[in-house]
Design a protein around this ligand. Sequence first.
Ligand code: PQ2
Ligand code: NAD
Length: 193
Amino acid sequence: MENKQNGLYPIFLKVKKLKILIVGGGNVALEKLQFLLKSSPESQVKVVALDFKDEIKLLSKDKNVTLITKAYDVSDIMDVHLVIVATNMECVNKSVYFHCKSHNILVNLADNPSYCDFYMGGIVTKGNVKIAISTNGKSPTTAKRLRQFFEEFLPDEIDELVENLNDYRSSLKDSFHQKVVHLNALTKSLITK
Ligand SMILES: C[C@@]1(CC(=O)O)C2=NC(=C\c3[nH]c(c(CCC(=O)O)c3CC(=O)O)Cc3[nH]c(c(CC(=O)O)c3CCC(=O)O)/C=C3\N/C(=C\2)[C@@H](CCC(=O)O)[C@]3(C)CC(=O)O)/[C@H]1CCC(=O)O
Ligand SMILES: NC(=O)c1ccc[n+]([C@@H]2O[C@H](COP(=O)([O-])OP(=O)(O)OC[C@H]3O[C@@H](n4cnc5c(N)ncnc54)[C@H](O)[C@@H]3O)[C@@H](O)[C@H]2O)c1
């Protein structure tokens, strides 16, 4: 029987240290850029397109976003780690995909799940805490609704808890094993009803 569980493995990228390329400057590129910057305002992004929506031009003003007005060619992927593709030309999108594959660069064709090495997720951030949500590409709308649900219902105090536990963790002089026992005992009530 086919395993219906979501088998994707989430990782939390330090996008301040990585270079991301977005190909395309229209509606879809804007949505991907907006959500990327909402979660990770210090992302380093290069956007290559023939033209750009005004909102993308605005975002490039105070963020680490560089706009390059040109048709995509393979040289654009040479200095980047991750690529998001969102032009309205399917043949361009697919050639970016195959260039990335041949250079071992992770690539996402925003409107084409079978041409994605990774998906963008719904993301909730409360201070140091971040939750990423995926529906395995099945329902982006559900990912959005779950994001909104957790944004509203996850208390802001969760960050205070994390900060306090971090201070306490640093103050413990016990062995590693004793620290684990201490911290688990202290936080047990968080998951018991
Ligand atoms: C989560 C989020 C993050 C982000 O964008 O950064 C995200 N899509 C969001 C919204 C959204 N996108 C679409 C709608 C319209 C309603 C609908 O179609 O459901 C809405 C909802 C709305 O706008 O209300 C259209 C759409 N999206 C994809 C397809 C193609 C297809 O499914 O075949 C089509 C149809 C195009 C067509 O009709 O042709 C594909 C993908 N979209 C993903 C992510 C990846 C899977 C994530 C997962 O595993 O769940 C994946 C696979 C690839 C990728 O893009 O990475 C962001 C919410 C952020 C937030 O609010 O927090
Ligand atoms: N807008 C949506 O919400 C939506 C929903 C579902 C699917 N789609 C599909 O996603 C794709 C993109 O949609 P959109 O609304 O963002 O399109 P758009 O027309 O707003 O933008 C297309 C962008 O691609 C760029 N582009 C075209 N050829 C290029 C090239 N050779 N090199 C670099 N950039 C190039 C253009 O300059 C433009 O910035 C389309 O195929 C569309 O059918 C869009």
